[in-house]
Design a protein around this ligand. Structure first.
Ligand code: HEC
Ligand code: HEC
Length: 246
C-alpha cells in the first residue's frame, strides 16, 4: 500500500508540474523543482556536517568509478529527490561508502530538492565510464558490450527477462519521473546497483520492479548490460534529438 501511494504521489507531482509548466512555457525548468542557487552552494561547498557533493560525485557531477559513485548530471530531478528521501528515511542504504544516509539526513527536505534540481540541471558528455581506466582499477570484470545491447533492447524471452528499454526508455535514456536514466551512468555504479537489487540489499523500488528483473540476471548479464549502458547513445537512428524531459 505504501509503495503504491508513493507512486501515485510521484505521478501527481509530475501532473502538477506539467500542468503548471504548460501555462508559462511548453517545457518544465529545473528551477520549478528547487532553488538552483542554494543547490549549487550545497553541491560545491556542502552544508554543516554534509561535505560538498563534488568531493565524491565529481566537479561536474559525472560520478567516479574508483569510488563507486554515480553520475548525477542529467539524471531525472524527481528521481534524485526520491533517492535522497529514501536515504534520509533509511529505505535505501548506501552500502558502498556508508555515507549517503548521513548526507541526506543532514539536509532539510527543501535543501534536498534544491541540490537535486541543481545536480540534475548539469549537462555532461554523452559517455559514461572510460573503460580502459575501469580495467586498470582491476576491481570489476569487463562486460561484452554487444551482448549487453541485446539484453537492454530485447531482454530474453526464454529466461523471462524484460527489455530494460521497456521501463527505462530507448537505450536507457530515462522515462522520468519514475524510471532513471541509465545511459552514460558509471560502469562500476551500474554493476553495484544491479547486484544490490539482485541480493535485495537495495529494495527501494516501487512494486519490487527492479528486484524482479535483477533476480534473473547472471553476473555476466550484469557486466554486459552495464558495458553497453555506460556508452549507450540516447538518440535513435535518424533522429538526433533527445526528448526534453526532466
Ligand atoms: C563521501 C562520498 C559522497 C559524498 C560527499 C556524497 N555522495 Fe552521494 N553517493 C555516494 C555513494 C558511494 C553513492 C552510491 C551509493 C550506493 O552504492 O548505493 C551515492 C549515491 C548518491 C545518489 C543516488 C543516485 C542514483 O542514481 O540513485 C544521490 C542522489 C546522491 N548520492 C546525491 C548526493 C548529494 C546531493 C551529495 C551532496 C549533498 C552527495 N551525494 C554527497 C557518495 C557520496
Ligand atoms: C518493470 C520495469 C523495469 C525494468 C524492465 C527494468 N527496470 Fe531498472 N529500475 C526500475 C525502477 C522503477 C527503478 C528505480 C527504483 C527507485 O526508485 O529507486 C530502476 C532502477 C534501476 C537502476 C538504478 C539506477 C540508479 O541510478 O540508481 C539500475 C542500474 C537499473 N534499474 C538497471 C536496469 C537494467 C540493466 C534493466 C534491464 C536488464 C532494467 N533496469 C529493467 C524499473 C525497471
Amino acid at each position: 500500500m505504501r509503495r503504491s501511494t508513493k507512486i501515485t504521489a510521484i505521478l501527481a507531482v509530475a501532473a502538477m508540474v506539467s500542468a503548471s509548466g504548460s501555462f508559462a512555457s511548453a517545457t518544465v525548468s529545473y528551477s520549478d523543482f528547487g532553488d538552483l542557487e542554494n543547490g549549487k552552494k550545497i553541491f560545491t561547498a556542502g552544508k554543516g556536517d554534509v561535505p560538498a557533493c563534488t568531493s565524491c560525485h565529481g566537479n561536474e557531477g559525472l560520478g567516479d568509478d574508483a569510488m563507486g559513485t554515480p553520475r548525477l548530471a542529467g539524471q531525472g530531478v524527481a528521481f534524485l529527490i526520491k533517492q535522497l528521501e529514501d536515504f534520509a528515511t533509511d529505505k535505501r542504504q548506501d552500502t558502498t561508502m556508508f555515507i549517503m544516509n548521513n548526507n541526506a539526513k543532514g539536509l532539510s527536505p527543501q535543501d534536498r530538492k534544491d541540490v537535486a534540481a541543481y545536480a540534475a540541471s548539469l549537462s555532461g558528455p554523452t559517455a559514461g565510464s572510460d573503460m580502459a581506466a575501469v580495467k586498470e582499477l582491476g576491481s570489476v570484470p569487463m562486460g561484452v558490450r554487444y551482448l549487453g545491447k541485446n539484453l537492454a533492447q530485447f531482454g530474453s524471452d526464454e529466461r523471462g527477462i524484460p527489455a530494460c528499454h521497456s521501463c527505462h526508455g530507448y537505450n536507457g535514456r530515462g522515462a522520468f519521473p519514475v524510471y532513471p536514466r541509465l545511459a552514460n551512468q558509471k560502469y562500476v555504479y551500474l554493476v553495484n546497483q544491479l547486484k544490490k537489487w539482485r541480493d535485495g540489499s537495495r529494495a527501494n523500488d516501487p512494486l519490487s520492479q527492479m528486484q524482479n528483473v535483477a533476480k534473473k540476471l547472471t553476473d555476466d548479464d550484469i557486466y554486459n548490460v552495464a558495458a553497453f549502458l555506460t556508452s549507450a547513445d540516447q538518440t535513435t537512428i535518424g533522429n538526433y534529438r533527445i526528448p526534453d524531459q526532466k
